[in-house]
Design a protein around this ligand. Structure first.
Ligand SMILES: [Zn+2]
Ligand SMILES: [Zn+2]
Length: 139
């Protein structure tokens, strides 16, 4: 799911659906955001997979729905809860086992623009130092 989420973030949220994602890149925004609609979008994909997967012989679709649901739950906990401090949770500091994930997502939020962002993945952030260099170079 991580590559699918990366591609959706890079090419849909920072592409034709930027209007919905933009508020998430504006600092100090609390409470519900238009960006939360993406959670509903991915939930509807999971529900569709569960419905289609209920047919005889289509069990792989049901398991794909379970995978989308599990990834969505982890994404909401890590991204919204532990990084952005929603759901009443305190944001994590950029240290410990989650350090690279937190650092990479902070780099993603270093820009409030559709273009020029780095770190579109969440749980598998990649080379944080290389992303920081890329961000510095593009300034
Ligand atoms: Zn973004
Ligand atoms: Zn974020």
């Amino acid at each position: 799911m991580e590559p699918v989420a990366w591609a959706a973030h890079r090419y849909l949220m920072h592409g034709p659906l930027w209007r919905l994602h933009r508020a998430h890149h504006q600092p100090g925004r609390e409470g519900p955001q238009l960006n939360d609609l993406f959670g509903l979008l991915f939930a509807s994909v999971a529900i569709t997979l569960f419905v289609l997967g209920a047919a005889p012989g289509a069990e792989p679709l049901w398991w794909a729905g379970a995978g989308v649901t599990a990834y969505g739950a982890v994404y909401a906990l890590v991204h919204d809860g532990l990084i952005h401090g929603r759901f009443g949770l305190r944001p994590l500091a950029a240290r410990g086992p989650m350090r690279r994930i937190v650092q990479a997502h902070r780099l993603h939020h270093a820009r409030a623009t559709k273009e020029g962002c780095v770190a579109f993945g969440l749980l598998w952030p990649g080379d944080v130092k290389a992303m920081a260099r890329k961000l510095r170079k593009s300034r």
